[in-house]
Design a protein around this ligand. Structure first.
Ligand code: RTP
Ligand code: MG
Length: 139
């Protein structure tokens, strides 16, 4: 399996509750290498652009408001089969359906406030990583 990269955000709900350290520990314990990392905040325009794929969905306004309401942690991660393995590590979008041992099972509180983001393809991982980090910030 090829070593490749994914992109994640620790969402505002988890940052507010003090779970940055716990979530980063689960990520590194699962074998992901941190390529880039920062505490930052999405503007409303950033959140709209980042989730533009969902612009026609009924939850879009709520999602944009939530994702821009406070700081997030943005990170690029590297591992064999990174995108798929990270989606497994974070668990189902709805924490009620998330498997034991997943980040969302432990830290998410609802479908909307679900603690972490994970890219859904190699192509989107590259786009999303470049949204937050310059080449010089990728190690
Ligand atoms: P993400 O992109 O954040 O990793 O989440 P995901 O792939 O598991 O889920 P996706 O379908 O891409 O939805 C993006 C985010 O929108 C919020 N959402 N709310 N209220 C709802 O029905 C609803 N559905 C989705 C969640 O925050 C979800 O993570
Ligand atoms: Mg998604």
């Amino acid at each position: 399996m090829a070593t490749n990269r994914t992109f994640t955000m620790i969402k505002p709900d988890a940052v507010e509750k003090g779970h940055i350290g716990g979530i980063l520990a689960m990520i590194t314990d699962a074998g992901f290498r941190i390529v880039s990392l920062k505490l930052t905040q999405l503007t409303v325009a950033d959140a709209k652009a980042f989730y533009a794929v969902h612009s026609e969905r009924p939850f879009y306004g709520e999602l944009v408001e939530f994702m821009s309401r406070g700081p997030i942690v943005a990170a690029i991660l590297e591992k064999d089969n990174a995108v798929e393995d990270f989606r497994k590590l974070i668990g189902a979008t709805n924490p009620a359906d998330a498997a034991e041992g997943t980040i969302r099972k432990k830290y998410a509180t609802s479908m909307g406030e679900n603690a972490v983001h994970g890219s859904d393809s190699d192509e989107n991982a590259a786009i999303e990583g470049a949204f937050h980090f310059s080449g010089r910030e990728q190690f």
